[in-house]
Design a protein around this ligand. Structure first.
Ligand code: ADP
Ligand code: MG
Length: 398
């Protein structure tokens, strides 16, 4: 990465304003944090700053309060969890800007950590207001962006603060960018990408950009139906994006031109309805009845995908192979996840649902890297610049 990081700047004794992505899933009934991996992912940066006696001011959003104070979306539980993990008290400020917050910041001692209240309680955050960015900037001497998962948004706290403070990357952001750049620039071959999930439209940019880098593309999940349709298979009542059938046909043609093998399911699990009690069966993709829909990849496809993956030296996986939220349609996704520890070489997982499945099976430590950014990693792999990265200082400019 050609951007400066927190390692390239003197932080000792400084007030360091760190944008993190603590947008963790919260149980709506109990308010408990369901998964704290986003909090844990920022520990390298936070610990780096504490060890160097910086005064650490964390800013984040949580959920979609749409510019209003929503009590359920306060960051207090996040600060509590972070306190437990760090083994040190993390305070929460009453707001994220204003004189009271400025006073709290002034009382911070070397190595203290303070979490400011949800940025999205102010509508100025999402509109990217320069005034709001300036109010945030008043709180620190240095700005660190470690919120990779939000860096595709030109929000005030992501893209605006760098106008007013020296802005550098945090260690998570650096790791994300370096890992994903290597995937695009120096993959060890054979390189196989596995794509699934609901929609083709979300992923067209990434599919196009990655096409001439991969040796093999395996396509499952809901999006396989649109590709099967483009190959003139009847897919019954499967979710297809009619306006993407031509795009899928183009992608098949592009893969052929660039010499990438694009492999679709040969058999699928079909059902009447995507519900946990629905009956299901496995059929060949050219025998899908008109009143059934695809819910998962079938066993022959799993076996075929397994063979391809075994021979690969780089694997990137984004999107579940079926409706993994429903146990009886989760087999394809789980089978691929269980295969990850057996593969040789680099294994990278991106996408919220995909990462959840891998984590839930306890496989998080046996893959090379799990990206914390769904939308951000899609955009980055699609070749787009991320506003939160553009806004950082280039190496050698401080
Ligand atoms: P990720 O979050 O990993 O990027 P996506 O958001 O693209 O993945 O897609 C996840 C969703 O795709 C899941 O909710 C899953 O139920 C859905 N999905 C997967 N396969 C199918 C299918 N065959 N039909 C309908 N939805 C599907
Ligand atoms: Mg998703």
């Amino acid at each position: 990465m050609n951007k400066m990081t927190v390692r390239d700047i003197e932080v000792t004794g400084k007030k360091v304003l760190v944008r993190v992505d603590f947008n963790v899933p919260v149980d709506p009934e109990t308010g408990a944090i369901v998964d704290d991996s986003r909090i844990r992912a920022t520990l390298p940066t936070i610990e780096y700053l504490i060890e160097r006696n910086a005064r650490v001011i964390l800013i984040s959003h949580l959920g979609r309060p749409r510019g209003k104070v929503v009590d359920e979306l306060r960051l207090t539980p996040v600060a509590q969890r972070l306190s437990q993990i760090l083994g040190q008290q993390v305070g929460v400020a009453v707001n994220c800007i204003g004189p009271e917050v400025e006073k709290s910041v002034e009382t911070l001692k070397a190595g203290d950590v303070l979490l400011l209240e949800n940025l999205r309680f102010h509508s100025d955050e999402e509109t990217g207001s320069a005034e709001f960015a300036r109010s945030l900037a008043r709180l620190g001497d240095i700005f660190v962006n470690d919120a990779f998962g939000t860096s595709h948004r030109a929000h005030a706290s992501i893209a605006g603060i760098g106008q007013y403070l020296p802005a550098v990357a945090g260690l998570l952001l650096e790791k994300e960018i370096n890992t994903l750049s290597d995937l695009l620039e120096h993959p060890v071959h054979p390189f196989t990408s596995v794509f699934g999930g609901a929609k083709v439209s979300d992923k067209v940019g990434m599919l196009k950009n990655i096409m001439d880098k991969v040796d093999c593309l395996l396509i499952g999940g809901g999006m396989a139906a649109t590709f099967l349709k483009a190959r003139s298979c009847e897919v019954g009542t499967s979710l297809i994006e009619a306006d993407c059938v031509d795009t899928a046909a183009e992608l098949i043609e592009e893969a052929r031109r660039s010499g990438a093998r694009l492999i679709l399911p040969e058999d699928v699990v079909i059902t009447d309805e995507l519900k946990s009690e629905s009956e299901w069966e496995v059929v060949s993709v050219d025998a899908i009845p008109p009143d059934k829909k695809i819910a998962d990849i079938g066993p022959a496809t799993i076996e075929n995908f397994r063979r391809e993956l075994k021979d690969s030296r780089t694997v990137f996986w984004n999107g579940p192979m079926g409706v993994e939220e429903i146990p009886q349609f989760a087999a394809g996704t789980q089978a691929l996840a269980m295969l990850l520890p057996e593969l040789n070489g680099t294994t990278i997982v991106g996408g919220g649902s995909t990462a959840e499945v891998v984590d839930a099976l306890g496989l998080g430590d046996s893959v090379t890297f799990i990206s914390t950014g769904g939308g951000a990693s899609l955009k980055f792999l699609g070749g787009e610049e991320l506003p939160g990265v553009v806004a950082l200082r280039d190496k050698g400019t401080l």
